[in-house]
Design a protein around this ligand. Structure first.
Ligand SMILES: [Fe+2]
Length: 156
């Protein structure tokens, strides 16, 4: 949400709901998709996005959210990893920047150097040039991580 509003201060309700709920399937332990069940990382991400979209749709229907808004959010969340049109691209970009801004230090601790390198380059390549410049200037408390990220990106 923070990065959505930085990239698009006039974001509509669908974009805001999508920004908040795009990864919701990860909070539903018995329904979340698992990396080990997919050979390709992109296939895993696609399944994750669709699963989140379905769960969020169920929640919104349960709250009597109007149909057009439900369908709009479903579309945005379903494509949040890949983008596709101008509105989805804003969600994808906000999510990609947020990974570097918030999640990366935790991802590094959980997954180690090699996996983090792959994830960083995958996320970085999705970003437009002007947004890559935002990410490359982030500072991390862990200076080893900061130096690794800059090296990976420079060589990427
Ligand atoms: Fe996601």
């Amino acid at each position: 949400m923070e990065w959505l509003l930085k990239l698009k201060p006039d974001a509509d309700d669908a974009l805001k709901i999508a920004a908040l709920g795009h990864d919701i399937e990860r909070a539903v332990e018995e329904r979340k998709v698992k990396r080990k069940d997919y050979r390709a990382y992109d296939e895993f991400k696609k399944a994750h996005a669709l699963n989140s979209a379905k769960i969020l749709k169920e929640i919104m229907k349960g709250c009597n959210v109007r149909k057009e808004l439900v369908e709009d959010v479903f579309f945005l969340v379903r494509h949040h990893e890949t983008g596709g049109d101008r509105r989805v691209d804003v969600i994808r970009d906000a999510d990609s920047i947020s990974f570097f801004h918030v999640n990366l230090p935790y991802y590094f601790v959980r997954n180690g150097v090699e996996e983090t390198k792959k994830r960083c380059l995958w996320g970085y390549k999705k970003l437009a040039k002007n947004l890559q410049e935002v990410v490359v200037n982030f500072n991390y408390k862990d200076k080893e991580l900061e130096s690794l990220v800059r090296t990976w990106i420079a060589c990427g």
